[in-house]
Design a protein around this ligand. Structure first.
Ligand SMILES: [Zn+2]
Length: 108
């Protein structure tokens, strides 16, 4: 019987081997090829469950390695894109009150 199961990472579809019996690998390794993928998926989960805001998710994603983005599943690509779009918008600039300055021009 096959001792090692070939698994495909839930995030970036990387093929890897995981043997639940002989390996000391943590449980998440059953679903994800590496901790980075686990983290990315976790952030997306938190975001879709609305435990964290897009901004927070964006900040967390920044800490992850997204270089494998092209291999991500459509779902993960879509979510990363959404977090990037929505997370970027809300910067501290929003809190800044725009001062309306009426400058008198002397140019003319
Ligand atoms: Zn992976």
């Amino acid at each position: 019987m096959a001792k090692k199961a070939k698994r495909i990472c839930y995030v970036d579809k990387t093929q890897y081997e995981y043997c639940p019996r002989c390996s000391d690998a943590p449980k998440w390794h059953f679903t994800f090829c590496c901790e980075n993928c686990k983290n990315i998926n976790y952030i997306i989960d938190e975001y879709t469950a609305k435990y964290i805001t897009a901004t927070e998710a964006y900040e967390e994603l920044e800490k992850c390695d997204l270089s494998n983005y092209d291999n991500f599943t459509d779902y993960h690509k879509q979510m990363v894109d959404e977090i990037k779009t929505n997370g970027k918008k809300k910067s501290t600039d929003e809190k800044r009150v725009k001062k309306v300055e009426t400058k008198v021009g002397y140019d003319e």
